[in-house]
Design a protein around this ligand. Structure first.
Ligand SMILES: Nc1ncnc2c1ncn2[C@@H]1O[C@H](COP(=O)(O)OP(=O)(O)OP(=O)(O)O)[C@@H](O)[C@H]1O
Ligand SMILES: [Mg+2]
Length: 498
């Protein structure tokens, strides 16, 4: 073991190894982060980024290797250990306690006391200040339950920053938020940097990495395969290093859509969510839903897919009026939806990937009343090939990397082909390669005649995928643009209209 302490200040890792039994997740990674700089950490889904972060933040311990913090050996045994030493991690997945207030979440574990009682006034005041500095508009006294993913992400960041860490790790902080919130998070990273904080910044959005990172490290299959010290790092170089081969990222125009209307929504309203939404979806069409976070897009598709009730309006599938009050009813009518929150609603993390995929189909796949392990395995394997899922299907899906979980979620709803397939933020947290694969899947489903609705906060994604784009703001439909009409400026101007 090389015990020489690094002379310079910073966070220095030497030969970090992490094995889960026989699975080698990190293979001898060297890494250095200096105060007042930002290191971008990139890599495909499952490359080991979050595992690396978890080690640095004391969530898991490394199998081998050593870490130095400002010249001293550093081996945190827990996240609070790491925080005490000045290292904070903002998790890839939001982990707030929904039943507690925003302020309580922020101060969890160290509520300010006065005379033996929680000093609420002080807590709320400090909470208000830190939230305001991040541009998060939320009352610190309200409970977290029901807040949008974007706001929850802001609270997670505020929580870490309240501890005034010297090193902060952002693990995909913008995956769950819209463009405006993403801007704010990036501004926050730049502020921290200016104040002398060292930042590790993980993102699949490479333009973000280009704009914030002073240097970039790329992991592939647990090993460091590339490192750059220029700004900005060329995108194609980053992509090639991640994927390990020549790769170009471009959108292909979808095949022409059909004439037959598969879904017709007329005058749909839901109190407090959206009003008077009407649109057609043709056979073979990809219809994009664009708008800012909170515009009501998810609410509309939730209602169309039976998850929420409509207060007014009608829905027709292939010319037939349909009525349903549950996702099961919508499925019978031929409408399936993949929800946006893969952890909350989409997957059962303790069960295997294969079991998750077959879960909605158990009754159909059953023989003599029971689904056999062989059937689970067979269907799982088919879907793995179709969706290029990496990782073991027989292990709990919670052990898969975030992007692969996303693929499992899509695969789960496409064991059988619906008439209308709705996806809400289908590529959240997904790497470039997997993203292309998911786009390919959606285009192929459409070319086979399915009607597809894609809700996305990534403008490039909706513009690249869709035949037509429905733009919403403040719960109202502001227009439907064809592919030819839809420029980023036009979509944005409708998205901010009122
Ligand atoms: N507890 C565990 N047991 C077994 N394997 C695990 C466990 N935790 C993580 N892994 C594996 O480690 C690998 C790296 O996962 P990690 O979450 O670090 O990837 P990542 O680079 O953050 O990916 P993403 O971009 O999808 O978030 C994956 O193949 C994952 O399946
Ligand atoms: Mg990760």
């Amino acid at each position: 073991m090389d015990a020489t302490a690094p002379a310079e200040a910073g966070l220095v890792c030497r030969r970090l190894v992490k094995n889960y039994g026989p699975i080698k997740v990190l293979k001898s990674v060297d890494f250095a982060l200096r105060p007042g700089t930002v290191v971008g950490l990139i890599g495909e889904n499952g490359a080991g980024k979050s595992t690396f972060n978890s080690i640095v933040a004391g969530v898991v311990s490394p199998t081998e290797g050593e870490i130095w913090l400002d010249g001293k050996p550093y081996s945190p045994r827990s996240p609070s250990d790491a925080l005490a030493e000045g290292v904070a991690l903002i998790h890839q997945e939001i982990r707030l306690l929904p039943g507690l207030s925003v302020a309580e979440n922020l101060f969890l574990g160290r509520l300010p006391l006065r005379g033996g009682r929680v000093d609420r006034a002080r807590m709320e005041e400090e909470a208000r200040a830190v939230l305001a500095s991040l541009g998060v508009a939320v009352d610190p006294r309200r409970t977290v339950r029901g807040l949008t993913m974007g706001v929850q992400q802001g609270i997670e960041i505020a929580k870490a920053l309240l501890r005034k860490p010297r090193y902060v790790i952002f693990d995909e902080p913008t995956a769950a938020v819209g463009e405006a919130e993403a801007e704010q998070i990036l501004a926050q990273v730049m502020r921290l940097r200016a104040e002398g904080t060292g930042v590790i910044y993980v993102s699949h959005r490479l333009d973000e990495v280009q704009s914030v990172a002073d240097s970039v490290v790329c992991l592939r299959d647990g090993a460091k395969v590339a490192e750059w010290n220029v700004k900005p790092v060329p995108k194609d170089e980053m992509i090639n290093a991640m994927v390990g081969r020549e790769f170009t990222f471009e959108h292909h125009a979808p095949k022409p859509r059909g004439q037959k209307v598969v879904l017709r929504v007329n005058g749909a309203s839901r109190q407090g969510a959206f009003r008077d939404v009407s649109f057609d979806l043709q056979e073979g069409e990809i219809l994009g839903f664009a708008g800012l976070v909170g515009a009501g897009r998810s609410e509309v598709v939730r209602a169309v897919s039976g998850a929420d009730r409509l207060d007014a309006g009608t829905i027709e599938v292939a010319g037939q009026p349909v009525r349903y009050t549950s996702p099961g009813g919508a499925m019978k009518a031929g409408i399936f939806m993949v929800p946006e929150d893969r952890k909350g609603l989409g997957l059962n993390l303790d069960r295997s990937a294969a079991a998750n995929i077959t879960l909605p189909w158990e009754r159909k796949l059953a023989r003599f009343g029971q689904i056999t392990p062989a059937a689970v395995k067979r269907v799982g394997e088919e879907q793995r090939r179709r969706f290029d899922i990496r990782g073991r299907l027989d292990l709990p899906v919670g052990h898969m990397s975030g992007g692969n979980q996303q693929k499992v979620l899509l695969a789960k709803w496409l064991v059988e082909n619906p008439k209308v397939f709705i996806v809400d933020e289908p590529t959240r947290g997904v790497d470039v390669g997997a993203k292309m694969a998911i786009y390919e899947i959606l285009r192929k489903l459409a070319s086979e005649g399915m009607g597809v609705i894609v809700v996305s906060s990534e403008l490039e994604e909706v513009l690249g995928l869709s035949h037509r784009i429905l733009v919403m703001s403040e719960g109202r439909q502001r227009g439907i643009l064809t592919r030819e009409e839809a420029s980023p400026e036009k979509v944005m101007s409708l998205a901010v209209s009122n």
